[in-house]
Write a protein that binds this ligand. Sequence first.
Ligand SMILES: *Cc1c(COP(=O)(O)O)cnc(C)c1O
Length: 424
Amino acid sequence: MPVVPTPVGDSAVRSALVGGTPVRTTPFPSWPPVSDAMTRAVAEVAEAGVWSAADGPVKTRFEREFAEYHGARHGLAVCNGTISLEIALKSLGIGSRDEVIVPGYTFLATATAVLGVNALPIFVDIDPEFGCLDPAALEAAITPRTRAVIPVHLAGHPADLDRITSIAVKHGLAVIEDAAHAHGASWRGQRVGSFGDFGSWSFQASKNMTSGEGGILVTSDDALADKAWSFHHCGRARQGEWYDHGILGGNYRLTEFQSALLLAQLANLDHDLARRERSAAILDEGLGRIDGLAPLARDPRCTTHGYHLYQFRYDPDAFGGLSRARFTEALQAEGIPATPGYAVPLDRQGVFAERRFDLRATGYDPDYPPTRYGTLDLPVTERFCAELVWIPQHVLLGSDDDIADIVTAAEKVKAVAHTLVDAA
Ligand SMILES: *Cc1c(COP(=O)(O)O)cnc(C)c1O
């Protein structure tokens, strides 16, 4: 039977989950982006015949321009944003018997990169306002074996770089900024990635710049840049011979094709950042008016938000007890690709909770309290895992009308929430 469209506000309005007409049937801007400039750039690489090289012309140009854009002297483009973190840690000489502090609310890679160099990830809680590493929790977790901290600029919002860098200086810690969500974000007018010893980004398919897979490190330290270069290029030295491998490195080079795609996107980054900021402002206002939805706050020192994700809190009590899972399903049915975010604090993932890695390689034993993964006390992280809803970055590239549909859909789900609780 054909579904008769019912306008929002009509008493007969039905959720698209139970046969009503969706608010939207047209898709949001697709991702990855494909432009003529990108296909042309890739074709040029194909014809040039240099497809990969440690210092290929396109890779080198991309490294220089990306680093410069982010206020750093050196860039090193690698095959993904997990390896970039590992190379940063190795270049800093971090390994077995060392501790590295990471937030509990982040993607797996922030912590597994630490295990990847045989150091021990120490999970700490996040701040309740912005969701980034809590500086007080960082300071409380420092031991004589702490060597580094990896703040994550979650969803594109910079972590508190003022306090984190000053704590790091005071305790002699290295700072590696995990900016995988924060291409182009800035803190007090300075681009992220340039505050720490290293900044690290991912170009995996979902990220705000993408080459399918890929990553980059930036640093302004010449010696660290040389070490990182060597690790990404089979342990060769910049001035050495091709078959001269002085240290244990690997082949982690980004290809010329990927670099060409990314160079074309870098030219659009300012435009995309502004578009996402504008969309987020519309959502802040529109979703913020709906009782039970609370967009995350923004620190006034966040001068450019990277908006890899648009995040808001969901309170089921204001929706007649409708669970968050059902709420996001209902939004999806209305044509809005909203999702719950990270499901559990990272230490509860099987790899950590069941210790499915070689703890002995880290030089620590299971009696050491920070290794009691799966039972760590991270109450703010836990709340974020339970309450947040995410809207992915490519949606924010839509027009004002596209973004208004998100607010309309949320209002509609609120109006029909009681019918969905019963159906659940
Ligand atoms: C995507 C991501 C990474 C790196 O991921 P890769 O898939 O290896 O490029 C690191 N940290 C965070 C927070 C991420 O979201």
